[in-house]
Ligand binder design. Structure first.
Ligand code: GGG
Length: 362
């Protein structure tokens, strides 16, 4: 296998280094688009060198592991990690997800996952009025239903059982609540909805609600409310204007953010930032969508989710001007209808990427 090329991102006066993990499926196609856009925005502004780590299902088939054993020390020096998608048709999904993405999120301490939702499409494509869609979804990214605790016994017998234990630590809930309240506080409406299910889940989710109330006292200027996750799906569709920032657990925001992206027009446009707010580890930026076996290799994947994730990454590393430039290019391309099929257009991945680079002034 070819050794990874070394690339660095130098932004402004600070030296920043950066690497890409394209992963699987359409991830490999959309990461190429994000790189092109980053190269264009970097031109005349900052120096861009990129490291590509070929970790994904091909790597797994060659080495027996999705990640090399020293992946943490390899990633540590980088300032940010653009990641794309994981999953392949011939590997069980739980092996690929836990072998790559979830294996990185925990040790990298990426406990805060943000998913901004904005309508980039015409009112015809969005299921709710675009003016109602300016949300920030915050996902607890390290415990909850994705804690990885559980097991199976009596495998194959009629009395076989499997357990999947959710974990809610006071430390884990406090830090995500503080992050979400602080994020809401920075937004114009200063409004947070805490998503729960504490009527049925009577231990962890009760702690979740109690900690939310305690942390709320530290943010008296943030208006907040609680919503059960099932009621939240109705509210997102029927009262979208009533929502601004939302915080929930791994599973709940995983589901709600797919719904939110669909309401905004397509899962293909949604970006996801896996953040270590202490900045001790590099944060990771990815589109919300997965590897999409049905369209992989066809060159028709929507690159906008990966490009939005690149904009989020630029903002995280302090390159606000580059981030704003990328978002402006996305908006103008969407406005004139240069779209992939999932957004009602006729263009392929490459053509949308070229339109984005042109809008950036390449
Ligand atoms: N780009 C995100 C990705 O590849 N996701 C795959 C997936 O299935 N993720 C599950 C999850 O994060 O809940």
């Amino acid at each position: 296998m070819a050794s990874p090329e070394c690339r660095h991102l130098v932004a402004g006066s600070a030296d920043l280094s950066n690497c890409f993990i394209p992963g699987d499926g359409i991830g490999i196609e959309v990461v190429a688009a994000a790189i092109e856009v980053l190269k264009t925005v970097a031109k005349n502004n900052f120096e861009l060198n990129i490291t590509n780590f070929p970790w994904g299902t091909v790597f797994y088939k060659e080495t027996g592991s999705y990640l090399p054993s020293d992946f943490l020390t390899t990633l540590k020096p980088f300032d940010a990690i653009p990641f794309d998608a994981v999953g392949a048709p011939d590997v069980p999904d739980h092996l690929s997800l836990w072998g790559l993405l979830l294996k990185m999120r925990s040790p990298l301490q990426l406990y805060a996952n943000t998913r901004p939702i904005r309508c980039l499409t015409t009112p015809r494509l969005a299921s709710v009025h675009p003016s109602a869609l300016d949300w920030l979804l915050v996902r607890e990214n390290s415990e909850g239903e994705y804690a990885g605790h559980g097991g199976r016994s009596h495998v194959g017998q009629t009395w076989e059982i499997a357990t999947e234990t959710s974990i809610y630590s006071r430390h884990g809930v406090e830090r995500i609540m503080r992050f979400a309240f602080a994020a809401a506080q920075k937004r114009p409406r200063k409004q947070l909805t805490v998503v729960s299910k504490s009527n049925a889940l009577r231990h962890g989710r009760v702690l979740w609600d109690e900690v939310a109330t305690e942390v709320a006292a530290e943010f008296p200027d943030v208006h907040w409310d609680k919503e059960l996750v099932d009621a939240m799906t109705i509210r997102m569709v029927q009262k979208p204007h009533s929502i601004d920032t939302v915080v929930g657990t791994n599973l709940h925001i995983g589901i709600l953010s797919d719904l939110a992206a669909a309401l905004a027009g397509s899962i293909g446009i949604a970006a996801s930032s896996n953040l270590d707010p202490t900045r001790g580890w590099p944060s990771m930026f990815e589109p919300v969508h997965g590897s999409a076996f049905d369209i992989m290799g066809k060159g028709v994947a929507n690159p906008i989710g990966a490009v939005c994730a690149a904009a989020e990454m630029m903002s995280w590393v302090g390159e606000e001007r580059a981030a704003a430039g990328i978002m402006k290019a996305i908006e103008s391309v969407c406005e004139i209808g240069l779209l992939t099929v999932d957004m009602g257009g006729k263009l392929n991945t490459m053509q949308v990427t070229e339109a984005l680079c042109k809008a950036l002034g390449s």
